[in-house]
Design a protein around this ligand. Structure first.
Ligand code: CO8
Length: 257
């Protein structure tokens, strides 16, 4: 598919989806959401792709939902828009493949909500984050009120959601909003190194681990232990398990399918 607002690249089993809407700081409009959905499905369906990276071009990751497009929408119009984004974000969150947000710059509003749907978040030292919806007189619509407290705790989430203030990468790291902060000069190299580390491992096992984590997220440990048991049992007898064990015994790196 030809994309206008997305750059899709694939290298060494790693797909990189770059937001490219420079005239609007990569703000999410309907077309960008549709293209993002298509790009994600392209990566999901490609057997060679083991890890998906999301990043933005220029000084912005995603500067939120498109304010111009939202303006003038009535209640039903905004519900439709919100549901479209929320369904896509949930699809990304539950993809069987691991995802990394390489947050190169502004991650505001819908951009911060998008990032919360990825598995691992790596921030450029100049990245900044905010949930500024209340400064615009609105409520987050891509499930930030639901995911942010799960990520950083209720009180910290309330503070960011009530003030709308911008935070820098180091504060995001201290809050647990991102996994690490990387200097400008090595940013994409470190993101790729992390992706390659993941890509070397069993894609089957990672997809099962991801499914176990998702299925057990909101249940007691007693229920969760049986969820894990099912996924652990499923990993036995797979070609990757056979290869992983053989490689260990033969003292060589595994070659996973
Ligand atoms: N929507 C539309 N256009 C935008 C957006 C946006 N979110 N962000 C930036 N732009 C546009 C600007 O309007 C400007 O356009 P123009 O050149 O035509 O004036 C262009 O991008 C460049 O931006 P700036 O000139 O402002 O560049 P700066 O470097 O000075 O500032 C900022 C960059 C800091 C990113 C600044 O543009 C800004 O604060 N943007 C708005 C950020 C924001 O408030 N985001 C939250 C939006 S609300 C949201 O995301 C809710 C999500 C859920 C809703 C779901 C529906 C229910």
């Amino acid at each position: 598919m030809d994309y206008k607002y997305i750059i899709y690249a694939k290298e060494k089993g790693i797909a990189t989806i770059t937001f490219h809407r420079p005239e609007a700081m990569n703000a999410l409009n309907s077309q960008l959401l549709s293209e993002l959905s298509a790009a994600v499905e392209e990566a999901a369906a490609d057997g060679e792709v083991r890890v998906i990276i999301f990043t933005g071009e220029g000084k912005s990751f995603i500067a939120g939902a498109d304010i111009n497009e939202m303006e003038g929408k009535d209640t039903m119009g905004i519900i439709e828009y919100s549901r479209k984004g929320a369904a896509l974000f949930r699809r990304i969150e539950t993809l069987p493949k691991p995802t990394i947000a390489a947050v190169n710059g502004y991650a505001f509003g819908g951009g911060c909500e998008f990032m919360l749907c990825t598995d691992i978040r790596i921030a450029h030292e100049k990245a900044s984050f905010a949930m500024p919806e209340v400064t615009l007189g609105i409520v987050p619509g891509f499930n930030g009120t639901q995911r942010l407290p799960k990520c950083i705790g209720m009180s910290r989430a309330k503070e960011l959601l009530f003030t709308g203030r911008r935070i820098k990468a180091n504060e995001a790291l201290a809050l647990g909003l991102v996994n690490k902060v990387v200097p400008a000069e090595s940013f994409m190299a470190e993101v790729m190194a992390e992706a390659e580390l993941i890509a070397k491992n069993s894609a089957t096992a990672i997809s099962l681990v991801k499914a176990a984590l998702a299925a057990g997220e909101d249940v007691s440990v007693d229920v969760g232990k049986d969820i894990e048991l099912g996924y652990m049992a499923a990993s036995f007898g797979t070609p990757d398990q056979t290869e992983g064990f053989a490689a260990f015994k033969e003292k060589r790196p595994p070659k996973y399918i």
